[in-house]
Design a protein around this ligand. Structure first.
Ligand code: NDP
Length: 342
C-alpha cells in the first residue's frame, strides 16, 4: 500500500515538499477490525488546519503522520461480524490506499442506492454541514435573502439549494465566470457574483447590494476575507451568520490567526453585530452527527430525484493528492474534490 504523510508544516500556502508519498505495509485487521481497499478519497479545506501546529478542536497531524481524510472503499478482510469482503464502507482511512479501522468507526454503504462517492460530498460530511448550519443557525424563512460564498462547493451548493427550496432569494459568490454560471444554472442560485472580478470589498459590496435589494438576512460564512467585509454592512437587523469556515485565511498560518486585520473584521465587525442585532453561530460539524440520520432521511430522496443537484471533481491517483489539494485551496476545484485511487 501507499500513503501520503506530512513532511513539514507549511509557512503560508502549502507546497508539494510539505507532503511525502510513501510505501507502507498493509495492516492486518485485529479482533473487531476491518481492512478496506480505498476507491475514492475526499479532499477538504479542514485538512489545511491539521497541517498547522496550533491548538484547535482537533489535534494536528504529526510530522511523518498520515494526512487525515474520509474515504470510501471495499472491504477486503474483516474480523468483525458486521462486515464481510465485498461490502463497501466509509471511514476516516486517511490519504492512503488501504485503511484498517474498528467496525464501529465505519459506515456501511449500499452501492445499489447510488454512487459511493456521494458519501464524501452531497450525502456526506460537507453536504451535512451545509444543511445543518443553515437549518440550525441560519433559521431560513421564505422571502428572505441568503448569501453564501464558495457557492459551487459541496457546502455552499447545499446551502443554496436548501435555502431556495425554503423559498429564499439565494445569491452566491464564487471564483470565476464558469463557477458563477454553474451556480445559477445547476444549483439554482438567483444570482452569483465572481469575487475575483472585484479588487476590493467596497466594489463587491456595491454589486451585492444590487443583487440583494432587500438586504441580507442570512450570510452563511464559508470564506471570511473580502466577502465578509463586503457583506457585513448589508446585513438586515436580526440577521443570522452561521460561521462554518474562513478559507480565505487558512493559509495565513496559525489557523488564520496570522491573517492581518482587514477593514471590517476588527472593531467594525463587532459594531455591525451590535447595531444590527446579529446572531453569529460558529459550529464544528463533528459535534452534530446526532442529526445525520435526519439529514439523510430529508436530503437523500431529494438527491435521488435530482431535486438537489451535486457536482464532483474527480482527480486520479493518490500521488496527485497533494497537488490537487493545493489547487483546491485556491479554488481549482469544480464541485466536491475527490481523488480516485483505483
Ligand atoms: P469547496 O469545495 O467549496 O472548496 C473551497 C473553495 O473555497 C474553493 O473552491 C474556492 O471557491 C473558495 N475559496 C478559496 N479561497 C477563497 C477566498 N480567498 N475567497 C473566497 N473564496 C475562496 O469547500 P467545501 O464546500 O468543502 O467547504 C467550504 C467551507 O466550509 C470551508 O471554509 C470549509 O473549511 C468549511 N467547512 C466547515 C465545516 C465545519 O464543521 N465548520 C465542515 C466542512 C467544511 P471559489 O473558486 O468559488 O472562490
Amino acid at each position: 500500500m501507499h500513503h501520503v504523510t506530512l513532511a513539514s508544516r507549511p509557512d503560508g500556502a502549502p507546497s508539494l515538499d510539505d507532503f511525502s508519498y510513501q510505501p507502507a505495509p498493509i495492516p492486518t485487521p485485529g479482533e473487531g477490525e476491518v481492512l478496506v481497499r480505498v476507491h475514492y478519497m475526499s479532499l477538504d479545506p479542514y485538512m489545511r488546519g491539521r497541517m498547522d501546529d496550533a491548538k484547535s478542536y482537533a489535534a494536528p497531524v504529526p510530522i511523518g503522520g498520515t494526512m487525515e481524510a474520509g474515504a470510501v472503499g471495499e472491504v477486503i478482510a474483516s474480523q468483525s461480524p458486521h462486515f464481510k469482503p465485498g461490502d463497501f464502507a466509509f471511514g476516516m482511512f486517511g490519504w492512503a490506499t488501504h485503511g484498517c479501522l474498528p467496525a464501529n468507526q465505519l459506515r456501511k454503504l449500499d452501492p445499489k442506492q447510488g454512487p459511493i462517492t456521494a458519501a464524501l460530498g452531497v450525502l456526506g460530511m460537507p453536504g451535512f454541514t451545509g444543511w445543518h448550519g443553515l437549518t440550525e443557525y441560519g433559521k431560513p424563512k421564505a422571502g428572505e435573502t441568503l448569501v453564501v460564498a464558495a457557492a459551487t462547493g459541496p457546502v455552499g451548493s447545499m446551502v443554496g439549494q436548501v435555502a431556495r427550496l425554503a423559498g429564499l432569494r439565494t445569491v452566491g459568490v464564487a471564483g470565476g465566470a464558469e463557477k458563477c454560471k454553474l451556480a445559477t444554472e445547476k444549483f439554482g442560485f438567483d444570482a452569483c457574483l465572481d469575487h475575483r472580478a472585484y479588487d476590493n470589498a467596497r466594489d463587491l459590496r456595491a454589486a451585492l447590494k444590487q443583487e440583494c435589494p432587500d438586504g441580507i438576512d442570512i450570510y452563511f460564512e464559508n470564506v471570511g476575507g473580502k466577502v465578509l467585509e463586503a457583506v457585513l454592512p448589508l446585513m438586515n437587523p436580526f440577521g443570522r451568520i452561521p460561521i462554518c469556515g474562513m478559507i480565505a485565511w487558512y493559509n495565513a498560518g496559525g489557523l488564520g490567526a496570522g491573517a492581518k486585520d482587514q477593514g471590517l473584521t476588527g472593531p467594525g465587525l463587532w459594531r455591525n453585530i451590535l447595531v444590527k442585532f446579529l446572531s453569529v453561530n460558529g459550529f464544528i460539524i463533528s459535534n452534530h452527527f446526532d442529526r445525520f440520520p435526519q439529514f439523510l432521511k430529508e436530503i437523500g430522496p431529494k438527491v435521488a430525484s435530482g431535486e438537489i443537484a451535486y457536482l464532483e471533481d474527480i482527480a486520479e491517483g493518490l500521488e496527485n493528492a497533494p497537488a490537487t489539494f493545493i489547487a483546491m485551496l485556491g479554488g481549482g476545484n469544480m464541485g466536491k474534490q475527490i481523488v480516485k485511487l483505483i
